[in-house]
Design a protein around this ligand. Structure first.
Ligand code: NAP
Length: 515
């Protein structure tokens, strides 16, 4: 029984631009030359010790953008040594929290000043529409530095306690872990780097960042920001290169205290195994197959917006994409029809074009992988109602149309595996219990969504969903203050929020005899 109406959504418009509500950003720059990238070790930019480089490619033009250094295992060791020495000998960990915070606030300001550059890099490197980056991602990234700078000032202090024994006092100190290796994926390269580097630095750790080989360009710009803001040498190090070889050095080194990882569940499992020998602290932000449940009492047009952008924002290359849509049977046909109209009308294009809603798939291997899932969907009992094909813009580009499979069931390959692209299976459910059962029938537990006007139902179902994030009558909301992370095989540990600092600090207890 309904106990309240959740949000009056009657005024919500239902056009395609509504969900993120963004007009094209006023500055829509053109592609530009990006300087070759080097490694940042010990506060100095340098080439790889082998002299080798890797090329990074623009998925819109399919042309090379620039090269970055291809670090060797020796370079990875040099970066670890540099961070270790900076932690043991340098000023960072000893600095008053407020001094560290001032540097992080400067980083945030510099990031905002250089927002155009960050946005062009992300658009060229991973195909993210420039407007989405400028209006959603960039404020979040600089906001993470401001949020954790504030945390450094307020949350890093210790306590002074009494004991049962009259002359005994207990002091606690909240201390950094030491050297943190941040290993980040190719989707949302800047945001996922900032969600580790901001709390890591705020707590007084020294960092080694290894970005994904396919999208390293914003990591280079962020490392320059750290230098320019006055982060002492050796405190932030950047190594670009293949995860398999240099990642292994990071994970096995006894000088590295923590691995902060975002990536696939299979690589995460590997890191957990390899890190066990040195008992590493770890946070694991892994894959997802997130259910979005639309009940018949939802505001239909708003729910369609949430479903559409829940899966197709950033072309479905989002760990928390609403990649399984569960629809109550009485409204099933209406929802499928509305989504199909939206999918067919979506504007695919150059991320640096203000009209573009959906950019290209970030890399050729991902593009090929998504197409095999689309083929699997076509061979299944599900019904293709939109998309299913590739597109070129000006004869180029790794574009895949927003693809819908109606009449899907939860046992299909496209419903069980993380596709990480613009493909949505739409599944029917009978009632609330059926929806919860299907939603939880997955190995993942990253995000979920419930679209309903019944507050009691929204909160009741939210309690029962086994996922780290639940969006009620919306999707893709983020804030530095909101803890983020997975249940089940989507990982453990939390990024963002005051909770994140727990994963970058440890407590020391000092017993004092004052007699
Ligand atoms: P990935 O293949 O697991 O790679 C992630 C990072 O790990 C890259 O920097 C990669 O380096 C590195 N790596 C690969 N093998 C390694 C090894 N043996 N040791 C150490 N590092 C290694 O993931 P991806 O394809 O880049 O990203 C997509 C995945 O990330 C999806 O599953 C998605 O759901 C997940 N994701 C999760 C979240 C979340 O917050 N939960 C957010 C975004 C993405 P190279 O690039 O050099 O291979």
């Amino acid at each position: 029984m309904a106990i309240a109406v959740l949000n009056d959504q009657s005024e919500k418009p239902n056009n395609l631009t509504d969900f993120h509500g963004k007009e094209p950003h006023p500055s829509m720059p053109a592609r530009k030359d990006i300087a070759n990238g080097q490694l940042l070790i010990g506060g100095r930019w340098r080439a790889s010790s082998s002299g080798e480089t890797m090329t990074t490619t623009d998925p819109t033009t399919e042309a090379a953008i620039t090269t970055v250094a291809k670090a060797t295992p020796e370079d990875a060791q040099a970066a670890i040594d540099s961070a270790y020495d900076a932690f043991e000998e340098g000023p960072w960990g000893k600095m008053h929290h407020e001094e560290r915070a001032k540097i992080l606030f400067r980083m945030a300001d510099l990031m905002d000043e250089r927002a155009d550059d960050f946005a062009i890099r992300e658009a060229m490197d991973m195909g993210m529409p420039y407007t989405d980056f400028r209006t959603i991602i960039m404020p979040h990234c600089s906001g993470l530095f401001r949020f954790f700078a504030g945390q450094a000032m307020s949350a890093m202090n210790g306590t002074y306690r009494t004991s049962y024994e009259h002359d005994i006092r207990i002091l606690t100190r909240r201390e950094p872990l030491g050297v943190v290796a941040a290993i980040t994926p190719w989707n949302f390269p800047l945001a996922l780097a900032c969600s580790k580097i901001a709390p890591g630095l705020a707590a007084g750790n020294c960092m080694v960042h290894k970005p994904a080989s396919d999208t390293p360009l914003t990591a280079l710009a962020l490392a320059q920001v750290a230098l320019d803001a006055g982060v002492p040498e050796g405190v932030h190090n950047l190594i670009t290169g293949p995860g398999g070889s240099i990642g292994d050095v990071l994970v096995k080194s006894p000088k590295v205290d923590k691995i902060a990882f975002t990536g696939s569940t299979s690589v995460g499992e590997n890191l957990i195994r390899n890190g066990a020998e040195t008992v590493k602290h770890m946070t694991m932000e892994l894959g997802g197959k997130s259910p979005n449940i639309i009940f018949a009492d939802a505001h239909i047009d708003a729910a369609v917006q949430a479903a559409f952008w829940g899966i197709f924002w950033n072309k479905g290359e989002v760990c928390v994409a609403g990649s399984r849509l569960l629809v109550e049977e009485s409204i099933y046909d209406e929802i499928v029809e509305k989504l199909t109209i939206m999918a067919k009308a979506a504007i695919l294009g150059d991320p640096l074009d203000g009209k573009t809603q959906i950019g290209p798939i970030a890399t050729k291997p991902e593009y090929d992988k998504i197409l095999t899932y689309i083929e699997s969907g076509k061979q299944s009992a599900a019904r293709l109602t939109a998309g299913g094909s590739t597109r070129k813009i000006n004869g180029k580009g790794l574009f895949i149309e927003p693809t819908l499979f109606a009449d899907a069931t939860n046992d299909l390959k496209i419903s069980r595996e993380e596709i990480f692209g613009p493909v949505l299976p739409i599944i029917r459910f009978k009632d609330e219990a059926d929806a919860i059962r299907i939603a939880n029938d997955t190995t993942y537990g990253l995000a979920s969504g419930i679209q309903t006007s019944n507050l009691g139902r929204a909160l009741r179902v939210a309690d029962k969903i086994r996922a780290g994030t639940v969006w009620l009558n919306t999707w893709h909301k983020y804030h530095p203050n909101a803890p983020f992370g997975g249940y089940k095989m989507s990982g453990y540990g939390r990024e963002q929020g005051t909770e994140a600092l727990e994963n970058y600090t440890q407590y020391k207890t000092i017993w004092a005899n004052i007699a």
